[in-house]
Design a protein around this ligand. Structure first.
Ligand code: PEP
Ligand code: MG
Length: 755
């Protein structure tokens, strides 16, 4: 018998039991499916679902602020008013660090900040999770309880999943409209940065790497999602097979790479976790994203560089699964005229995008002497390292100006700004025409010094620059670039054919081939590096060549075969001792003895990139036919300043007393020994640096194609005799080691030199 039958008891929604994530996700799905779910609904469901007494959601606002956007259980009047700076209070700390905090007694935490308007006095414990997407923190979600307790791992996991859903919701809102202060952004924006490859490009933005918001987050049909996942895993595997068979030469390396990917993609642990997340109610894309996030977070905390390298595999695999699931678009076939905007970019990827027709590239994590930058200069693609934030803000198709001269990326420029750039681009075309007049002139300074201007290249497709620029030859042929582009080192016949083609195209002009300089940031696919902490100073380049002489000998043989009796000039990279130089030269001599016809003349030289070599000059000059200074590496080792770290880009200057003194001594020693000296680092391609080097007596400079004519235009107008005393004076005044660039540039401008 029932009492009170005429007034049926109010149906209460079943409160999920402690940690019942499926129930929580089912309720979330219901709300999200209705299309009317608000942040307040999410706060309420989470507070209920985790049996907490309160929940808060803070979202990021411009200016590094976090604003209370919703609450359950605290004072709703504080919503829209309470703001914290990133790093302020526990919420701000979670946002700034990206770490989860699980505190039984939050108010006694040293970073706790009291805000009277929220009304959280009664709350003891707090679990706060950052809301992150594609490396950015979009907000923080937290639950609180009166009781002092530590939340269980299951509860932490559940809130982390909700935070991920929230990130997708916020990202989607950002793509449409979140109101004035939200994430929608249609205003012009400027991002400062550093020039990697000079030039200006105007076009539409193509952001790549940040996946678009996931369309469907939750499912009520896990079986169907598991089927979708299986199909996607199959497709991703087939895609890998195709990729490797098309791009990898046969052999052990390619098999290793394939195996490594197989291990990660088919690792039962990884797939089981994804399946479990689907069974909890997530769609296949959301589940892949969730498990990838967990893995990334775990990996980031691991110091071991080898394991951290696996992050790249995970990113790659997640990308492939997302593409297969239809959640992320594959690289477009063509990207003509687009300005690519990416977080990171390797040299091989840059080549790939170049082939797709990009007009310019902005990279968040890059530096001028990194190899993507060097390649961008070689290919004549304007490139800029930009401050963080651009990748997140830009939408595909946004109009943009990549000013890789003023070091700015302008998103959605005002019409007046566009007009100014259009005029500048027109002027540039005219300057290019004016510079072209220098092409056939020899580089002889006003005081009669003849300078050789040579090219730095690494690909057959760059060889037309010889004719375009009128360069005197190739001062640095980076043989590893073709290997990077091909995804592996070709066999002897393949290498010999390439070197032969280079000599054919040079048509009698000198070519200095540098042997393979792999390692550090130039890794072939599947080479994770040797797990070193400082790969730039590690087992790389000639060191590998000497320890594994078979590869080096094969390359030397290919060079000799490619020369077919012609003059040949070979140099070794990263030489640190005369002994190493001798060992490398011995390998070359052994190969030379076997190959017929022998080259009519064989010059053997060394790069000077390691400072220790400066203290072995007598021995070195007795054995080397020529020396080429690689300022990119020499600067990083001289000043202990990683060439790939954006913060250090402008910190130390080649135009400073210590570097100029070093070069001057080197010039004297080489002149006395009758050994040819050149500079082939990126500095040689900067007109002002080139001018200073010429004044020191360096008469051979090697640089990327775009630099030849601007450098020549300055040198032919310069009087080195007038510059020398000025340079001496500036060096004396700058003896404390700082840059003398500004006063030197002022002198050059006074003398009408276009530096
Ligand atoms: C250098 O180090 O200056 C150099 C020319 O070699 P790479 O940039 O290829 O390391
Ligand atoms: Mg180098």
């Amino acid at each position: 018998m029932q009492s009170g039958a005429e007034t049926p008891p109010k149906r209460r929604k079943r409160k999920p039991k402690f940690g019942d994530t499926r129930q929580l996700f089912a309720l979330l799905r219901e709300h999200l499916a209705s299309g009317a779910a608000s942040l307040a609904d999410i706060a309420r469901l989470v507070s209920d679902g985790l049996l907490a007494d309160a929940a808060v959601i803070y979202v990021a606002r411009p200016g590094e602020l976090l604003e209370l956007a919703a609450t359950q259980g605290l004072n709703v009047n504080a919503v829209g008013h309470t703001r914290l700076r990133a790093g302020e209070g526990i919420i701000g700390m979670v946002a700034a660090s990206g770490d989860i905090l699980n505190l039984a007694d939050a108010q006694n935490h040293p970073r706790y900040v009291y805000r009277a308007e929220i009304g959280e006095e009664a709350m003891a414990s707090m679990l706060a999770v950052p809301v992150k997407r594609a490396g950015r923190t979009l907000g923080v979600i937290a639950v609180m309880s009166r009781e002092a307790r530590v939340y269980s791992p299951m509860e932490v996991e559940a809130l982390a999943t909700v935070s991920m859903l929230l990130a997708e919701i916020l990202a989607k809102a950002g793509a449409t409209d979140m109101g004035e202060e939200g994430f929608s952004d249609t205003l012009p924006r400027r991002y400062a940065g550093h020039v990697l490859s000079a030039g200006i490009a105007r076009g539409q933005i193509l952001p790549y790497g940040a996946p678009p918001p996931i369309g469907r987050l939750l499912t009520d049909d896990p079986d169907a999602e598991i089927k979708r996942l299986n199909v996607a895993v199959d497709a991703a595997n087939k895609g890998l097979d195709k990729l490797f068979s098309a791009n990898m030469p046969g052999g052990a390396t390619s098999r290793d790479v394939l195996e490594a990917y197989r291990m990660v993609t088919q690792s039962s642990g990884w797939l089981t976790q994804i399946r479990e997340a689907i069974e909890d109610g997530l769609t296949a894309e959301t589940a892949v994203d969730k498990v990838a996030r967990n893995l990334r977070e775990r990996m980031r905390r691991i110091a071991d560089p080898y394991l951290r390298e696996r992050l790249a595999d995970i990113e790659d695999m997640v990308g492939r699964l997302m593409v297969a699931l239809g959640g992320m678009a594959p690289k477009p076939e063509r990207a003509d005229g687009y300005i690519l905007l990416v977080r990171r970019l390797g040299p091989a990827d840059l080549l790939d995008w170049h082939a797709r027709g990009i007009a310019g590239v902005a990279i968040e994590e890059a530096s001028a002497s990194g190899h993507a930058a060097i390649l961008a200069r070689a290919l004549g693609i304007p490139a800029l390292q930009v401050d963080r934030g651009a990748v997140e803000t830009a939408q595909e198709g946004d109009p943009a100006i990549l000013d890789a001269e003023g070091a700015t990326l302008i998103l959605r420029p005002e019409p007046a700004v566009t007009e100014v750039y259009d005029r500048a681009l027109e002027a540039r075309t005219m300057r290019a025409v004016a510079l072209a007049a220098y092409r056939d002139r020899p580089t002889i300074t006003k005081d009669g010094t003849e300078i050789q201007l040579m090219l730095n290249v690494g690909l057959a497709l760059e060889l037309d620059q010889l004719e375009r620029t009128g360069a005197d030859g190739i001062g640095l042929y980076r043989t590893e670039i073709a290997a990077l582009a091909a995804g592996g080192i070709p066999d002897v016949a393949g290498q010999a054919a390439e070197y032969g083609r280079v000599l054919d195209r040079a048509n009698g002009k000198k070519v200095q081939f540098r042997t393979l300089d792999l390692g550090a940031d130039k890794l072939l696919p599947g080479e994770a590096g040797a797990g070193e902490e400082n790969p730039a100073m590690g087992w790389r380049s000639l060191r590998v060549g000497l320890d594994r002489p078979a590869i080096l000998r094969r390359q030397l043989r290919a060079l000799l075969l490619g020369a077919q009796g012609r003059k040949l000039s070979i140099m070794f990279p990263m030489v640190a001792t005369v002994e190493e130089f001798r060992a490398a030269r011995d390998l070359l001599e052994a190969e030379t003895a076997r190959i017929r016809p022998a080259p009519e003349e064989l010059e053997v030289g060394t790069m000077l990139e390691v400072p220790a070599l400066l203290f072995q000059l007598p021995g070195l000059l007795a054995e080397a036919d020529f020396i080429s200074v690689g300022t990119n590496d020499l600067m990083q080792f001289l000043f202990a300043a990683d060439r790939g770290t954006p913060e250090l880009v402008d910190r130390y200057d080649t135009l400073s007393a210590p570097v100029l003194e070093l070069l001057e001594k080197l010039v004297t020693a080489c002149q006395e020994a009758g050994v040819a000296l050149s500079v082939c680092g990126e500095a040689a391609g900067r007109p002002l640096d080139a001018l200073a080097f010429a004044a020191l007596g360096i008469v051979c400079l090697s640089m990327s194609g775009n630099a030849i004519l601007p450098v020549k235009a300055v040198l032919v107008e310069a009087d080195l005799n007038a510059l020398r005393p000025v340079l001496r004076e500036l060096r004396r005044a700058g003896a404390a080691g700082g840059s003398i660039r500004e006063p030197l540039a002022a002198w050059a401008r006074e003398h009408n030199l276009a530096v």
